[in-house]
Ligand binder design. Structure first.
Ligand code: FES
Length: 160
């Protein structure tokens, strides 16, 4: 944990419980997740019960309690995307990366998440990779996107 960053985040906010969400947003931005030990410090410094800090950090989708990979793949599993095949996309990443939604690969390269809707229902199934939207996603396109991050070269094939 970088105490300088945390010190900067807490500056001018100590003993101000109403600053909790803003502080957690800054913690998420700096660390990429909300570390448990930081939650304890935030609780103490803002004067908020630790259980409340935990509840807020767990409630909002914008916060994550686990470290995320360098590449975050978010698969929309809302109704519109579901009927257009989002389960096939989940099957693809599970098979290719050997993980289930919510997990991060051991090498820290990928985190895969599912969400209920990203607001582009007519263009589903939608996958968001590091904030970049891909519409009408297919298992093949998703496999190639993952291969590209992994640095695999696509083999030349006249039938590809
Ligand atoms: S259900 Fe997938 S974008 Fe709305």
């Amino acid at each position: 944990m970088n105490s300088t960053n945390l010190e900067t985040i807490l500056e001018g906010r100590r003993s101000q419980p109403h600053q909790l969400i803003e502080v957690l947003q800054d913690v998420q931005d700096v660390y990429g997740y909300i570390p448990k030990d930081v939650m304890g410090i935030v609780a103490k410094e803002l004067g908020v019960p630790l259980m409340e800090v935990f509840r807020v950090a767990k409630f909002y989708k914008a916060f994550t309690l686990k470290p995320r990979g360098k590449n975050v793949i978010t698969i929309c599993t809302g109704t519109a995307c579901h009927v257009r095949g989002s389960q096939l996309l989940i099957d693809q990443v599970q098979g290719q990366l050997r993980l289930k939604p919510g997990d991060t690969t051991k090498d820290g390269l990928f985190t895969v998440e599912c969400v209920n809707c990203v607001g582009a229902c007519a263009l589903g199934p939608v996958v968001v990779q590091n904030g970049s939207y891909s519409n009408h996603m297919t298992p093949g396109k998703l496999r190639r996107a993952i291969d590209k991050v992994q640095g695999k070269k696509k083999e030349e094939s006249p039938h590809a």
